[in-house]
Every structure is written in C-alpha cells, then in structure tokens.
Unconditional design. Structure first.
Lengths: 321, 321
DNA sequence: GATAGGTGTGTAATCGATTAACTACGCCCT
DNA sequence: AGGGCGTAGTTAATCGATTACACACCTATC
C-alpha cells in the first residue's frame, strides 16, 4: 500500500479512501491512485483490514458431515446466500464428533468470523454457551440443543411423519421398524418420538448414527425382528437399509415397505421409487444464513420452522393408493 | 493479550513466548501466564498472528460444484489431510463458472491462504498464471489447464475406458452414445477422446456440462439417434441419463446398456447395478493436499496420476459375461 | 572481585491496513 | 484586507500479535 501511495504521489490514507469509496478524494487523485494500483497489481491484505476493522466478512459453518448430501446441499445454500451479501463461508467438518466440532468452532472463533452457523453434533448446550459468552452471533441449523438461547432454523416433519404413520397403519402393517438417529441429537430424538407416538405401539425402534453402515445394521435387526415396513430417519441410513434389503433379496414393497426422511435425486430412479419426507434444504440453508446476517446487523431474528413434506412414490405399496 | 500480561505480571512478549512454546520462560512464569490465560478465557487473535507471521495455516480449495458428490468427497479428503497437518481449509464453490472461480481465487489470495487447490472450471491457463505470479503455492486437482506449470493431481481413466470400449464393441454395439463433459475442460475432453478413439468410429458424442439436466438432454438426443449403449462421463450426467432412460420406460441392459464415469454409493442398488469407472477420490484429495503442503514447505512435488478402475456390475448386459 | 557468559524478561519495531485529528489551501463575504 | 469556512490531503495512533535487541541478574572462572 505504501508503494501504491508513493507511486501515485499521495499518502496511504488517500489510497485507503479511494479503496473504500470515501467521498474525499478528488476525481483526479482517484484516477492517479487507481492507475498506480493497476500498474503495481496491488491487492489489499484482508487480514490487516480485518484486524483494524474487526470484521472479516466471513461466516463460519460447522456441519456434521460433508459427505451427507443433505448437509452438502445446506452448505451450498448457505454459501450462495452469504456470497450474495458479500460474505465468505468457511466450512468445518465435524464428522459427527463433538470433540472435532468444538475444535472447529474454536478455530473459527480465533479467526474472528463475524458469525457462526452450527449443526450441533449433540444436544449438549455447553459449546453454544461458550460461543454466546464470546459474544459471537450464532444460529443453530437443522438441530437444536437443550435450552438453546439463540435462533434456530429447522424443518418440522411432525405432520409428514403423522401422515406417514397413518398410511402405514392403514395398510395393515403391525410391526414397523424405525431406524432412528442418535438419541442425543434433537432430530434423532424428535423424529422418532413423533413417528413412534403416531404408530401407537406398533413401532420397533433401533438407533443408528446417521451413517450408512448403521442403517444396514439397524435394518437387519428390524427385519430379523419381523418388521414389514421400515422408516429410515435420514438419507444415509436409508441408503444402508436399501443395501440390506437388496442383499437379502427382498422386494419393495411386496416383501417390505420403506420410507426415508430426506429426499435424494436418485430416489425416484429406484424401482419402485422411494417414498420420502422431503426437507426444504435449500430454504433452510438460505434462511439460516439470513438469520445470521440479521443477527450480525443487530436485529433479533425469530426461529424459523419450515415444514417437511411427505412425497408418495410407491415404496409403501398399497398404502399409497 | 495485554490483559493477560498484566494479570500475570509479565510483558506481552513473555505471554507470546509461553503461547508459542519458546524455551525461554521459566516453568514458574509459564504457570502464572497459563493461569492468567485460563482465568481470563483469553484466545489469541489468529488474524493478528497471521498478519505478523505471514502464515495463516489455511489452504484454499476452489471446486466446481459442492453438490457434486465427487467434489464433496474430494473436499472431505482434502480437509481431513489438511487438518491432520494443522491446516484449515476454506472451500469456495465456483458453480462451474469461470468468473465465480476467479472471484473466489482472488478472495482467497486476499485472505492470504498459504496455498491453493484448484479444480479449474476451464482449461484457460490465465488464472493459474495470475496465482503463480503472486507466488502462492498452487496445485491443480482433477482437471488441468493448457500448459500448466504447477503440480497436477488427477485420475487416469484411459485404461478403464479402453477396457470398457472393448467390452461394448465385443458385445456387438454399433452405435454407442458418449455423454461427454464440456470440451473446454481437460477431463471433459480427454475422457471422451480416449473412449471415442477406442471405439473406432462407433461413437456418437454429445457434450454436456457435468450437470444432471444436460445428462438427460444428451441421453435423449443419443437414444433418438439410435444408440444402444450410453456412457456418461460423470456421475451427475449419469444420473440425468438414468432419469431419461426411466422416463422412456427402457430397460437396462436389455434395451440399452449404460456405464458411468465416477462411482456413487447408490449405483449398486439399482437394478441392474450400474457398471462404473471408479476414481480413487479420497486418495486424490489426500494426495493433492499432501502435494500442496510439500510445495508450501519448499519442496517440488511431482504430478500425481492415480488410476481409475472399471467396475463391472451388470448394466452392460452380456458384454460383461 | 572483576570479567565473561548464559538465562530469563522487557522494550519497541513491525506486519498492512483504517481513521480521527490536524494542516494547508483556496474562496467568499463584509 | 481579514476572518470564516469548506475541502483535499497528511500525520500518526491503532488493531493484536511476533521477535530482534537490550538489559539485568546470576554463576563460574581466573
């Protein structure tokens, strides 16, 4: 910057003003400075700028698993929305591990992100408290924690799950296997609670960990237990369940019915296409980013609750007619 | 930091020394400083540190599309490897747009990332030159550019493509539709060049853009053109082709054979399972990260060429027997 | 007991920007 | 002519760390 100033025959202050579009510099000076910048190929150092202004124009996003297309899509939406407001997003991958999540959150805070979006790995409020104590704007996404004190953006699947339960019961299924998420995550608990409640005693629950492998194992256990219908509470566990069903040579929906929470582009391609509860992922990501930006700007955004929708495709069999 | 120093009754220099594990401070001082840090909940400002040391411990990764599971997996691997070496990764999503890619690259350079991994959207070497001119370590991943002067990490599918061509020809297919990537990307060009060459005149090529929609359109065109076999050069276009095949009610492999470049966890679940050319994505990501770290440490890593493998699963029909 | 050498800390410059406070230079008005 | 005022630009403090250099103190040696 000093070089640019020298080159243009002005002080660094003037260069800075030109850079930041301040009113002061005369058009002529401005021209000279811009020419110098161009000539020297100067690019301002964002670190120095941030240090001085205490604003990094960066959001942190800590998600549970980048490999999960659900989160990838969310990340994409967050990034889109943030960019359209001039913000960058730094993504941290927690790998469903609370420790790694904490490490990442601290790293991002150390780098002074302007705000943080978190999909908490567990419902332990400790980390959230730590961030809030640091005074950094925080929004929870997809999952919440016990006694959360910050805005939360999530999808509400109650209605869809209830409708799904009604269909399954109506079709005469009496042993319905629920492949639930980990009980220490809000989504893991709530989704299965709602479904189990609506199934009124017909449900058998096995908890997985939102990963493919656990989906296969849970499916195996439930099929062995005599289930005639399976509901996987997340797309990766759904993938695992499908694998197990295929391995055993069972036919959907003839031998076993299946529904999955989370839609994926390839679900309609299966034979039969898979019935799902589709979450408005893109909207969730955008809404979360918007809430966070509002928070950063000193507003008090409300919680956002979007509704997930039941999409019938055929994998429940007659139940769908 | 000043507060911590005051609290411990030492100077900021000593605090800094404790923080950075310098030999100097006596165990007793060290204790006092650590206690003060603990008590005040002090966390060092990474921006200030980076400004002073000109090292951010951060790698930039600019990929074409986070929604593409291939790139998501790569991102994951890069992140893993980087983290294990104490580096963070900032991911930029270029959305297959050269402009957005350039914007992101510049933003990352402004933030002084220690090195950059790039999956270039086009094979135009201009951006690469710009980065190199800035003296920032750069490694290209998956794709290369014309006359690249930096290390490149990619998968070589020639062998697998040739084997695939042999099988298709051997099975008597005489009109083979190739759904290629954009001709201005190295992977888009090279993959189809190899395959078309190996098919010796039996190929019909339609270029897509590595997105689902273009896969459907290309498939439609090729099927209308009388193709009895399709090869999609990337998983998203493969997904599109599958959709088109399903829409038309065609049966694989009876009515049409299909193979896809890039494996996906759900390909084995289809009926029949899809034959693919599988790339070692995780290894690519890790290798790229390692090359970049080597470059940062002043070494001169070689290009890395991993081999993609043909995985026969049944979607080619008799050709596979 | 003076000197050399080693050790633990402090002082202050520095990284590259932003910005408050100040200066210098017209220009207008009485 | 002189005072007031607006404007363009400069000087220097600042953000929060790192680190070269200086300094004080202690110990070992002759």
């Amino acid at each position: 910057m000093k070089d640019v100033a020298q080159h243009a025959g002005v002080s660094t202050a003037t260069v800075s003003r030109v850079l930041n579009g301040h009113a002061a510099p005369t058009p002529e000076t401005r021209e000279r400075v811009l020419a110098a910048i161009e000539e020297l190929g100067y690019r301002p150092n964002a670190l120095a700028r941030s240090l001085r202004t205490t604003s990094t124009q960066t959001l942190g996003l800590v998600i549970s698993d980048l490999l999960n297309p659900f989160f990838a899509e969310i990340a994409r939406a967050v990034e889109d929305e943030a960019r359209s407001h001039g913000y960058c997003v730094v993504i941290g991958n927690a790998d469903e591990s609370a420790e790694q999540e904490a490490t990442y959150v601290r790293t991002l805070l150390d780098r002074r992100v302007d705000g943080l979006l978190l999909c908490p790995a567990t419902d332990d409020p400790e980390l959230v408290r730590e961030v809030s104590a640091g005074g950094v704007p925080l929004v929870l996404l997809d999952r919440t924690v016990r006694g959360a004190t910050c805005p939360v953006v999530r999808a509400d699947g109650s209605e869809a799950l209830t409708a799904l339960a009604r269909r399954l019961v109506g079709a005469g299924h009496s042993r319905i296997g629920v492949i639930a998420g980990p009980p220490n995550t809000s989504t893991g608990r709530e989704r299965s609670d709602v479904l189990v409640g609506a199934l009124g005693g017909l449900a058998q629950v096995v908890h997985g960990d939102f990963r493919q492998e656990s989906g296969s194992q849970a499916a195996a256990k439930l099929i062995d237990g005599g289930a005639t219908a399976l509901v996987a509470m997340d797309n990766l566990m759904g993938l695992g369940a499908l694998g197990e069903i295929k391995t055993r040579g069972l036919r959907i929906p003839h031998d076993i019915a299946l529904a999955v929470f989370d839609d994926q582009p390839w679900f309609p391609l299966l034979d039969p296409p898979i019935t799902v509860i589709a979450q408005p992922t893109v909207e969730m990501g955008r809404a979360a980013a918007r809430s966070l930006l509002a928070l950063i700007n000193g507003q008090q955004p409300d919680d956002v609750r979007l509704t997930a929708k039941l999409v019938l495709r055929g994998s429940l069999g007659e139940a769908e007619l």
